[in-house]
Design a protein around this ligand. Structure first.
Ligand SMILES: Cc1cc2nc3c(=O)[nH]c(=O)nc-3n(C[C@H](O)[C@H](O)[C@H](O)COP(=O)(O)O)c2cc1C
Length: 343
């Protein structure tokens, strides 16, 4: 995909996910083959006020650039200075969240609420466009609810206001994450605009990603929950490796991920623990007695203990995976209900 002057090789890219798509996870997925990543949403007001958590979310590793940084906000008075701050901090792309369905967010006029008043949002995008020199993108939903399916109108408006690319997660705000993502909405947006469109929703494998591209014509595919505990989903070569090499690959990735979490969150010991619990529990998903392993991980309250439990379980679990791979039953699934602990 090409976003203005940025050439982004590869079909798949990591989705922004609050409390998950932080610098360590983005770097890991990037090294596994994600073409490009977006930070989790950063509240514009918090950023402008110098809130340490917002500044921490906006931090990144050199190896994960080019990087899109995503803003959440309701008005130009905060979004414009916040976008300028992110560009100064090295964002190659500024993305605006127009899809967050959370009640507290939309009731403040942010996220998916921006899809409800197109003329007002057009003025907001115009103000941001005028202030930002780097590429500017938006991430939208299919609409507010079944009576207001306006992704095409919103996408056309965004293009008219100079937005460089669009990501579409086609569920409505009311649907939240329920039901199946209606990919035909992505196709309708692709057909309606000339700027590149990234499709998103329910992609769990590279096969799914190719199917989404074939059925919608999207330029790239964003993967969220399908990458939890499986950052190697982005690697074309991974599936072709023999089982023993896949195991070594996964072990290397997890070791590096743990090291990055510890290094990145040093000032926030609680954040290290939550990140470790979430990601290590996801890494056990679908293998061996994973629910028993997750229980032990979740009940443990110190970082070294969590890591020790994980490696003990991982040793046993990978043996099980090898056995199931030999019996031709190596298909894993990621729980739809993967819910992160909040930092
Ligand atoms: C825990 C969680 C946090 C999310 N946070 C964000 C966010 O910060 N910004 C955003 O645009 N979308 C966010 N999303 C939505 C995802 O980017 C994506 O659109 C959605 O999960 C559907 O894609 P998937 O089926 O590949 O998971 C979040 C989703 C989840 C599950």
């Amino acid at each position: 995909m090409r976003i203005r002057e940025l050439e982004l090789p590869g079909l798949t890219r990591l989705a922004p996910m609050a409390n998950i798509s932080n610098a360590p996870f983005r770097l890991i997925t990037r090294e596994c083959g994600s073409a490009f990543s977006t930070t989790e949403e950063i509240d514009a007001m918090a950023l402008v006020r110098g809130n340490p958590k917002a500044l921490h979310i906006a931090s990144s590793y050199p190896g994960e650039h080019p990087l899109a940084m995503q803003l959440l906000g309701a008005d130009a008075a905060t979004l414009v200075p916040a976008a300028e701050m992110l560009a100064e901090r090295g964002a190659e792309v500024i993305d605006l969240n127009m899809g967050c369905p959370v009640r507290k967010i939309v009731s403040a006029g942010k996220g998916a609420a921006l899809m409800r008043d197109i003329p007002r949002t057009a003025r907001l995008l115009r103000a941001m466009r005028a202030a930002i020199r780097v590429p500017f993108t938006v991430k939208i939903r299919g609409g507010w609810d079944d009576e207001h399916l306006n992704a095409v109108d919103v996408a056309r408006m965004a293009e008219d206001e100079g937005v460089d690319a669009i990501t579409v997660h086609p569920r409505t705000r009311s649907q939240q994450f329920s039901g199946k993502a209606p990919w035909d909405v992505i196709r309708e947006v692709v057909e309606a605009v000339r700027i590149p469109v990234t499709g998103n929703g329910d992609v769990r494998s590279l096969k799914d990603a190719r199917a989404m591209q074939a059925s919608t014509g999207c330029a790239a595919v964003m993967v969220g929950r399908g990458a939890l505990g499986r950052p190697w989903i982005f690697d074309e070569a991974y599936a072709c490796l023999p089982a023993c090499e896949q195991r070594a690959y996964r072990t290397r990735v997890i070791q590096r991920h743990i090291a990055l979490i510890k290094e990145h969150c040093t000032e926030h010991p609680k954040a290290v623990m939550i990140q470790m619990k979430n990601h290590l529990a996801w890494y056990t998903e679908g293998i061996g007695e994973s629910s028993a392993m997750r229980d032990r991980i979740v009940r443990c309250h110190d970082v070294d203990g969590i890591e020790a439990i994980f490696w003990e379980c991982w040793g046993q679990a990978t043996d099980n995976v090898e056995q199931s791979a030999r019996s031709g039953d190596d298909e894993r699934t990621v729980s739809e209900a993967a819910r992160p602990a909040r930092v």
